[in-house]
Design a protein around this ligand. Structure first.
Ligand code: ARG
Length: 490
């Protein structure tokens, strides 16, 4: 094991090193390993910038860059380059490793840099990639939902309000509603991506540097479209991380609603969907059970994501300006959000083709006509009756059906006419559930033309957001371009 280095110690810091078990207790190294590749690329870009700005000679920058990119390749291959390190974080571990491998030249790397801007950089690069990955997965699922909806245009079922049957809709419309919530979540992920997409490096510990650094160059090397605006704010800023955890939570909330619907709809009580064995779980005791565990787990997982938002909020609340070591406690919230969200997206995307609607059950739920009572009232409105009067007349017919233990759709025309003279055969036709669903062509409605427009919107906007995700280069691509960058200003 490499003993703790004394890199960040001066005579002023104190003659004796921190007690080993307290270094170990306060170290973030185990969590930081997740973004070791980000740390190495940040350093490689930094050293290129130092050379091009004339701060470090190219002859020194060359071995530094080479060593950093070689370590990056190791990390890409799964080698833990900080395996034996006892340092307090990944930044120190990398510097200690370079010192060991290259000798005194390693002492030049940290010029015009602090771990405060370095950790902000690593986290931003990490969040940016996580957001891009999540954005791709989320928009793919929105598109998959839109295609599935195409297949369910003639599948009828009831929409629910207060979990009571409300009005006839198509399954296509229901699926589109899931797509819309998920698309809004994707917009939030895109926002988080954009907020993380600023270069913090070069702000130093808290107030910048007197050395002639070139922050726009470092930004370009790492594919950041802009640099952060104020050094003191930059080292304290974890807003991008908050935005990310919130965005991830929004995706899980959207998947949670879809899952809650499917948990209900797959019960024998609803019977609206059936789930293939490939996505069902059994019971260890009850031989007849076929359980929707996957959807229950997805529904439950937003609680952990919400926990991450709350833990970050309470962490930053009350912190004073500048960097505070408290910020190291951001790690779990930031690092656990991505895998949680991506796992749930993968699960729902995989499960979707194994969910089958049951048109007969949907039809049974609508056949008695009660969910079409509003359509009956609207038919009266079309004949010039004021809505409130039409509503009362339809209500009276519903009452009559209930009192005579009959379906609304089974009331004979002559009886209906005793309630309102306009209740003739044509008007009672509006009790047909298919007609009821088809006729709601108001924008956003369940009618076929309206749903088609909704699906087009879902696909078009998803494509735009996916394009944004594609603009973020993978780390390996950044590494390849850094290897080729000149170390002298041409
Ligand atoms: N391990 C620290 C963190 O993760 C890195 C920054 C430490 N800065 C400092 N001045 N101690 O936040």
């Amino acid at each position: 094991m490499t003993p703790v280095s004394e890199i960040a110690r001066t005579q002023a810091t104190g003659s004796s090193p921190m007690l080993a078990d307290l270094v170990s207790w306060s170290s973030s190294l185990s969590a930081d390993r997740t973004f070791v590749r980000e740390d190495l690329l940040g350093s490689a870009a930094h050293v290129i910038m130092l050379a091009r700005s004339g701060i470090v000679p190219p002859s020194d920058a060359h071995p530094l860059r080479h060593a950093l990119l070689a370590l990056f390749d190791d990390a890409e291959r799964g080698i833990d380059i900080a395996a034996s390190s006892l340092e307090e974080d990944i930044h120190m571990a990398v510097e200690a490793r370079l010192t060991q491998d290259l000798g005194p030249v390693a002492a030049k790397l940290h010029t015009a840099r602090s771990r405060n801007d370095q950790v902000a950089l690593d986290l931003r690069l990490y969040v940016r990639n996580q957001a891009a990955l999540t954005l791709r997965q989320t928009t793919n699922l929105v598109v998959a939902l839109s295609h599935r909806a195409e297949l369910e245009q003639d599948t009828l079922l009831a929409a629910y309000t207060h979990r009571q049957r409300a009005q006839p809709i198509t399954a296509a419309f229901l699926i589109a509603s899931w797509g819309f919530q998920l698309l809004r979540a994707a917009e939030t992920v895109a926002f988080a991506l954009d907020r993380s997409n600023e270069l913090p490096l070069g702000v130093g510990a808290c107030s910048g540097t007197s050395l002639p650094i070139d922050r726009p160059l470092t930004a370009r090397l790492l594919s950041f479209p802009r640099v952060t605006g104020n050094a003191l704010d930059t080292v304290a800023d974890r807003d991008f991380a908050l935005d990310w955890t919130w965005a991830g939570t929004r995706v899980l909330l959207a998947l949670g609603k879809l899952s809650a619907d499917l948990v209900d709809y797959s019960t024998r009580e609803f019977g609206l969907v059936s789930l293939d064995g490939e996505i069902s779980a059994g019971s260890s005791m009850m031989p007849q059970k076929k359980n929707p565990d996957l959807f229950e787990l997805v529904r439950a997982q937003s609680s952990r994501a919400i926990g991450n938002v709350v833990s970050l909020l309470t962490l930053v609340k009350g912190l004073p300006s500048g960097y505070n070591r408290d910020q190291q406690e951001d790690r779990n919230a930031i690092l656990s959000t991505g895998p949680l969200v991506q796992g749930a997206l993968h699960t729902i995307t995989t499960a979707l083709p194994h969910v089958h609607f049951n048109p007969a059950a949907g039809h049974r739920a609508l056949a008695d006509g009660f969910t079409q009572a509003t359509d009956l009232a609207e038919a009266l409105v079309r004949r010039g009756i004021a809505f409130r009067d039409a509503y009362r007349a339809a209500g009276a017919l519903v009452r009559l059906a209930i009192d005579s233990s009959s379906a609304l759709s089974d009331i004979p025309e002559e009886t209906a006419k005793t309630v309102h003279p306009f209740f003739d055969r044509t008007l009672l036709q509006s009790l047909d559930p298919k007609d009821a669903a088809r006729s709601k062509e108001s924008p956003g409605g369940t009618g076929p033309r309206s749903v088609a427009a909704q699906l087009t919107h879902l696909r078009n906007r998803s494509a735009e957001l996916a394009f944004l995700a594609e603009s973020i280069p993978p780390l390996a691509t950044i590494a390849r371009t850094l290897a080729l960058e000149p170390l002298q200003t041409p």
